[in-house]
Design a binder for this molecule. Structure first.
Ligand code: NAD
Ligand code: UGA
Length: 468
């Protein structure tokens, strides 16, 4: 079965980059990315490629090459689905906020809605691919909904479906590289022809040895498990950062020593202010919900502790900052460096910066936030408050404001707090910066990215995570 026309429902962080790469590597396939969010679709179609709705290094170049050739972004969900012989579902699957399982289970309303749209608009045989991260056995629900249409004949054509799971492992900030050179591609399913059709697409640029084929439930669970393991490593090393601070050990030295053990490996061992991003927390909550559903309460508790350490790490850092600034942040200006949940993305979902900034604002601090990519509108949403204006800034009134001029954040500041590991923060000129700050001045490096040797002899106090 040769695929000629793909539709992707959801033009978000996964749908957009994934489909752009498929369009690039499969010029014979027409790829239609559809979304209900008109603003987002308009942004995918902007003339200025530096203003695409999602910032990912390398994405703009691919969109420039393929858009309106074999890659199309539109709100025309009906025609997108109708023309497709393969449909990827890439819609959001956040944690449920109301009703049974609230705070843990996945909210599957967008999955159900898009599945119903597929059931209503598809013609002929369609391969439906779960790209979103889903609880185990969601494919069953999708099949049930699609099955209800199976008997219906449209335009004298029988309507039929195959369902596959093909979870996405890309990380934000490195999405294009992850898609071009993935560690593996996972396809779960029980229909050989459909699995082969999807595999053939990836084989256009990926070694077939890297394409794993499993049953549906293993594929769905593997995605949740991968995220849980990655998050668990971050919580583990963050818990050790606290022991380092208490005992005089150095987290970088410990990390290096254990990372060279090939059984442990050196990836995902960077201590920090806690993991953020839209998925780690949500996917672990999903596992916890699943464990409780199956009566596996000890397993649920185990994964819950990974989340608890993460919240604790955010809180611990806020408390350290407040304590070192004499337990008083009123009338103090703090330079906040970075608001996104990691470098090279404008995404702030679950960013540790949110909790930490909220804690500092409660103490009536003035936060001068610098981030090269995050918008003021987004920070306003995250912090539940409007930014302060020029007069209030000059009067040192409490609140926050965003500036694209990093130097301005240092002027008269009592402390610099590094919250995101943007590359440009690694080479700041601290001898010069220190002169702009009020004394005694502080640097709180929650990402451990400053070379402490460059601070020798400078009149500035330094706290760096796991090294005090
Ligand atoms: P997102 O919120 O950025 O994008 C989802 C898009 O789906 C939105 O633009 C929304 O408007 C659209 N949508 C929702 N319902 C729709 C419908 N019925 N019809 C058309 N469009 C609809 O989400 P995301 O970050 O791309 O994540 C999507 C899924 O991929 C989630 O399950 C997530 O867990 C998973 N995932 C995300 C990442 C990541 O790095 N963000 C990585 C791997 C997997
Ligand atoms: C993560 C996974 O890495 C992807 O494989 C997965 O597809 C994705 O979640 C998803 O399902 O959404 P992402 O959240 O984009 O990707 O970014 P990561 O690089 O995993 O970072 C997550 C958080 O952990 C960030 O806040 C980061 O700063 C933090 N982190 C990461 C550390 O604190 N230390 C580390 O060593 C690594």
């Amino acid at each position: 079965m040769k695929i000629k026309n793909i539709c992707c429902i959801g033009a978000g962080h996964v749908g957009g980059p994934t489909m752009a790469v498929i369009a690039l590597k499969c010029p014979d396939i027409i790829v239609n990315v559809v979304d209900v969010n008109i603003e987002r679709i308009n942004a995918w179609n902007v003339e200025d490629f530096s203003n695409l709705p999602i910032y990912e290094p390398g994405l703009d170049e691919i969109v420039r090459k393929c858009r309106n050739k074999n890659l199309f972004f539109s709100n025309d969900i009906f025609n997108g689905i109708r023309k497709a012989d393969m449909i990827f579902i890439s819609v959001n699957t956040p944690t449920k906020s109301k009703g049974a399982g609230a705070g843990q289970a996945s909210d599957l309303r967008w999955i159900e809605l898009s599945t119903r749209q597929i059931a209503d608009y598809s013609v002929g045989h369609t391969i439906v691919v779960e790209k979103s991260t889903l609880p185990v056995r969601t494919a069953e629900t999708i099949k049930d909904i699609l099955q209800s249409q199976k008997k219906i004949t449209k335009n004298n054509k029988k309507v039929s479906f195959s369902v596959l799971s093909n979870p996405e492992f890309l990380a934000e900030g490195t999405a294009i590289n992850d898609l071009l050179e993935p560690d593996r591609v996972l396809i779960g399913g029980d229909e050989c022809k459909a699995i082969e059709a999807l595999s053939k697409i990836y084989e256009n640029w990926i070694n077939p040895k890297k394409i794993l084929k499993t049953n549906l439930w293993s594929s769905e669970l593997s995605k949740l498990t991968a995220n849980a393991f990655l998050a668990q490593r971050v919580s583990s090393i963050n818990s050790i950062s606290a022991i380092c601070e208490a005992s005089g050990a150095n987290i970088k030295e410990v990390t290096r020593a254990i990372g060279m053990d090939s059984r442990i490996g050196n990836e995902f061992l960077k201590a920090g202010p806690g993991f953020g991003g839209s998925c780690f927390k949500k996917d672990i909550l999903n596992i916890i919900y699943l464990c409780k559903f199956y009566g596996l309460f000890e397993v649920a508790n185990y994964w819950e502790s990974v989340l608890n350490i993460n919240t604790w790490q955010n809180k611990r850092i806020s408390e350290i900052i407040i304590r070192n600034l004499f337990n008083n942040l009123a009338n103090k200006k703090l330079s906040i460096l970075g608001f996104s949940f990691k470098a090279n993305t404008n995404d702030t979902r679950e960013s540790p910066a949110i909790n930490i900034c909220k804690d500092l604002l409660k103490e009536e601090a003035q936060l001068a936030i610098y981030d090269p990519k995050v918008s003021s509108k987004q920070i306003s949403k995250d912090l539940n408050s409007q930014s302060i204006d020029l007069k209030e800034i000059n009067d040192k009134k409490e609140g926050w404001y965003l500036t694209r001029n990093i130097q301005e954040t240092f002027e008269g500041a009592d402390a610099i707090i590094i919250l995101t590991d943007w590359e440009e923060f690694k080479s700041l000129d601290f001898p010069k910066i220190s002169k702009l700050m009020r004394k005694p001045s502080w640097i709180f490096d929650t990402r451990n990215i400053i070379d402490l040797n460059t601070l020798r002899g400078i009149d500035i106090n330094v706290w760096s995570l796991g090294n005090n």
